[in-house]
Design a protein around this ligand. Structure first.
Ligand code: IVH
Length: 683
């Protein structure tokens, strides 16, 4: 083996080990950055030696091309389903049937006749069957009708808790079965992103997981947070058969496959029901959704004696949790304001029991969702609760709508602060325009105000802001400049010294620049670049404050949405008051004359910075270049005027050379900053 091959193999083994610790055992051993470094190293090695890439390399989880359709897969051993039990009596009946069929343990009153069961959570996901040939993941299929499923190998390979290669002495063939699901945290994140983008939301984690698994483009599945637990085997060659379900799970775990840690061996009906009640009580605290528990006769010999009927084994039953849907009446809809100002409609319901808990609120996500579901005040609705996910309103029973039902309107004013509510064209989210005036958004706005790229107020972090706002010492940034050392020093984790440091940092922050000041105000969609463009165009704060939305639209790179936000911000009386107080506190910056961007020395140039610079930071370089009128871009194209390459420049430099874009070194950057245009006619 060459040195590179040995190194690649070692990196792969290390990464597989850390994947197992992180995704399967939930016991990471190294920091994320260290893991990223190993991946980086392996990628670089494989890029340099493409012949060393193997299909079980962690770099090969996501395949490039989208498939046209899923190929059918015939299951070598059919994938069974389970009979359901809905009550304790159903479970007792199941257990009686089991005992009647097991010679030796028959007879209800016989001493010690109780059957040993393996009790497991019943995951609400999708059953899959994976084939490992000599330890390598060869094929993954959905359950389908139990006889034939669909080939979802490319998608399953993207699931990080599923090993591409088994650990230890792998059998010749292992067909392992389990459940692919979406963890609740990932589900919430996915829906938050979808809600913010105005996209359709997933109804529940199961549907989201099903959608992800059935993506024809594995690159899309790779971005959906899926996980898996394994609980049974189909075909299997070259390994001793486990004597019990419990042993089987231990065997699967020894191969590096993820098994559910909630599994327990219990005795008889009493043991089963005790397990059921305990898990039902903890259902909401599990990080995934379950719809019941499964009891399996533990001993393999007994399972074989019992056999199966049609499509379900006689030795197992699914004990379902109470239904998680219920019908109730929607009394009203309130709007909650989040820390970024987004208004979320919340349904206030006639309290109803759903999935074992009383529910009186349900989320409606946004106005689009209300319109799509045609929800009205007074409607009779179906509510669904899934794990600890906020209950959802599934649909309206239109046939029960009373004549008094009223449509729901977006409030014109923020329910928290009274500032106008804005909803940009084509956007699902409606937002309060109050910024730091709005109590709901205060902490976030203050944190932004003090952040490094805004006013860079050292020592004013989230813990301090939390206390200042909670104790009503600060509501807006202007209040920061009225803080007294005694009160500040008395706060938790503070003292004379740190209080004095914060006050000094506040004092320093008053000497700033107009772009930083504008950025710090936290006007919606106004980042550093837009703040700089506004400052450059208007020259003074007063001129910008007076400007109409049309005038703001004349600023390069500012569109109608941003122009409207900027205009609305300065028009709000509360914001005007904060600015007046900041100026009175002594804020100042070098006033410059408004210069139209086209008159600047580097106007019209697009510059890409790559690699690391020695004389200044990349941030400082981009700020200086923008100040001179250049546009900064993060990717190289034919329209790029210059690529400035520091040391260790990578793919962007390569791309620039391919496209024939002028590449400058740090000396070249120096000439640009003097307003020269190396190698180009002056504009
Ligand atoms: S055992 C004989 N165990 O429930 C083996 N199934 O209603 C049959 N399921 O198709 C499956 N968690 O998708 C088993 N711990 C668990 C399960 C489980 C969820 C699903 C599985 C199956 C369905 C049957």
């Amino acid at each position: 083996m060459s040195k590179a091959a040995a190194q690649a193999a070692s990196l792969r083994a290390q990464i597989a080990r850390h994947d197992h610790r992180y995704y399967v055992l939930d016991e990471p051993e190294i920091a994320d950055a260290e893991y990223d470094r190993l991946m980086q190293e392996l990628r670089a090695l494989e890029a340099a030696h493409p012949e060393l890439v193997t299909s079980d390399s962690p770099t090969q989880r996501v395949s490039g091309a989208a498939a046209a359709a899923f190929a059918p897969v015939a299951h070598a051993v059919p994938m069974l389903s389970l009979d359901n039990a809905f009550s304790e009596t159903d479970v007792a009946d199941f257990d009686r049937r089991v005992r009647e069929r097991l010679p030796g343990s028959a007879g209800t009153e016989a001493q010690g006749a109780s059957v040993e069961y393996c009790a497991e959570p019943k995951l609400d996901g999708l059953a899959v069957s994976l084939r490992y040939h000599r330890g390598q993941l060869a094929q993954a299929a959905t359950r389908g009708d139990g006889m034939t499923g669909e080939d979802v190998t490319a998608n399953v390979r993207t699931i990080r808790s599923i090993p591409l290669r088994l650990q230890g002495r792998a059998p010749e063939l292992l067909e392992v079965r389990g459940e692919v699901y979406m963890p609740l945290a990932g589900f919430r994140r996915l829906n938050e992103t979808a809600a913010a983008a105005g996209e359709k939301l997933f109804v529940n984690p199961r549907n989201a997981a099903a959608g992800a698994l059935r993506q024809l483009d594995a690159r899309v599945s790779a971005r959906r947070p899926l996980a898996a637990f394994f609980y049974s085997v189909g075909a299997w060659q070259g390994a001793p058969e486990a004597a019990s379900q419990q042993q089987l799970l231990a065997q699967l775990a020894s191969f590096g496959l993820r098994v559910n840690p909630e599994t327990r061996v219990v005795n008889g009906v009493a043991g089963c029901l005790e397990y059921y009640r305990a898990l039902l009580a903890r259902r909401d605290r599990l990080p995934y959704q379950i719809d019941g528990v499964v009891y399996k006769v533990n001993r393999r010999a007994e399972q074989l004696q019992l056999g199966q009927v049609s499509r379900a084994p006689r030795w197992a039953v699914a004990h379902k949790f109470p239904a998680d849907e219920a019908m109730t009446v929607l009394r009203d809809v309130d709007f909650q304001v989040g820390r970024t100002g987004v208004l979320t409609p919340v349904a206030r319901l006639e309290p109803v029991m759903v999935g074992g808990a009383s529910v009186s609120n349900a989320t409606l996500h946004n106005m689009d969702e209300i319109e799509r579901k045609d929800v009205r005040r007074g409607d009779t609705v179906i509510i669904r609760r899934a794990g600890d996910v906020i209950p959802e309103l599934v649909r309206v029973l239109v046939e029960r709508r009373p004549a008094s039902a009223r449509r729901i309107k977006l409030p014109a004013k923020c329910p928290v602060c009274g500032s106008p509510v804005l909803r940009a064209e084509g956007e699902a989210a409606a937002r309060c325009s109050g910024g730091f005036v709005c109590a709901a958004q205060r902490k976030e706005a203050l944190l932004h105000f003090a952040s490094r790229r805004a006013l860079d107020i050292e020592g004013l972090g989230d813990k301090l802001i939390e206390q200042l706002v909670d104790q009503a010492m600060v509501a807006t940034p202007a209040d920061l400049y009225t803080l007294k050392i005694e009160k500040l020093a008395g706060l938790e984790r503070m003292g004379e010294k740190s209080a004095a440091n914060v006050l000094a940092a506040l004092e320093r922050s008053k000497h700033t620049t107009l772009p930083r000041f504008l950025h710090a105000l936290g006007i919606r969609d106004v980042g550093e670049a837009t703040a700089a463009a506004l400052a450059r165009h208007f020259g003074t704060l007063a001129a910008l404050q007076r400007a109409s939305a049309e005038q703001i639209l004349e600023v390069p790179d500012v569109g109608p949405v941003i122009a409207a936000h900027v205009q609305a911000f300065f028009a709000a009386r509360a914001n005007q008051r904060v600015i007046e107080r900041l100026l009175a506190a002594g804020f100042s910056w070098p006033e410059s004359q408004a210069r139209p961007a086209t008159a600047l020395p580097l106007a019209g140039l697009t510059v890409v910075l790559t690699g690391s610079l020695s004389a200044m930071t990349r941030e400082a370089a981009s700020a200086a270049l923008q100040e001179l009128g250049a546009r900064l871009s993060s990717s190289v194209s034919k329209r790029t005027s210059y690529v400035i390459a520091g040391s260790e420049a990578g793919s962007k430099l390569t791309r620039a050379r391919e496209l024939g874009v002028t590449v400058l070194d740090e000396a070249g950057l120096g000439s640009l900053l003097r307003g020269e245009r190396p190698g180009r006619p002056t504009a």
